[in-house]
Design a protein around this ligand. Sequence first.
Ligand code: NAP
Length: 242
Amino acid sequence: MTLLLLAGTREAQELAQVLAQEGRDVLASLAGVTRAPVNLGVDTRRGGFGGEDGFRQELDQRRITAVLDATHPFAHRISERTARVCQEVGVPYCQLLRPAWQAEAGDKWTHVAREEDVAALVSPGQLVFLATGRQTLDRFSNLSHARIICRQIDPPEGPFPFPNGEFLVGRPPFPVAAEVDLFQSLQINWLVVKNAGGHASKTKLTAARQLGIRVAMIARPPQPEGLKATTVEAALAWVAAL
Ligand SMILES: NC(=O)c1ccc[n+]([C@@H]2O[C@H](COP(=O)([O-])OP(=O)(O)OC[C@H]3O[C@@H](n4cnc5c(N)ncnc54)[C@H](OP(=O)(O)O)[C@@H]3O)[C@@H](O)[C@H]2O)c1
């Protein structure tokens, strides 16, 4: 059995570690977005498959017998395609999809459907901290009346795309105390977050609650049909039962 593990998340790192310890035949796959990703400890390929045809070929050539999709909840294109292709070719597929975050007492969240909707919430001159990564930065081009800080893992390759912003380099995990210090020192007015769910990256929301900072919470894209696991343990149980 060769399991294809679609990675790119902290949960995928945890899965790879346990699957390696269990001695399973695993091929992990990273999109190649992060320049120096964490070593997963299993055989790992990098970069896109080359579209749907390339993915079908890879399934065939690598003799993949099951696919565990541990990509990010906002990486919906890869999940939709993988679920559909696996269904068509009869390869078992499971998506690890962590539950979305829910607001707690003290949170000041405004739910938005899209990145472009954040601009209407922000007053002129306010400082907006984008914890949404660089890939979707262009969707905030209508925030020209605000100041922007965009956190990303890798050092920037070029200047900030808008005159009213800057990059901040940081690699997770980010402890709550560090997030509190950062948000306080920057004096941010809005934190913009994708509703990714999960424990590790929830620290920014805890920090925002402690400081009374408003959060623009971007809703998840639709997820594919198909089997889901909500925890690493449940995903491992699915693999064990194959
Ligand atoms: N979107 C986010 O907010 C976010 C946050 C944290 C981490 N990530 C991680 O970053 C990666 C890319 O995210 P995305 O939102 O750009 O994905 P996406 O829009 O769903 O997929 C775009 C393309 O990236 C390639 N791809 C995505 N994940 C891949 C993987 N694990 N292995 C090989 N190719 C992959 C595929 O290229 P081909 O068509 O050429 O196969 C896919 O068509 C994902 O692995 C995801 O887990 C995303």
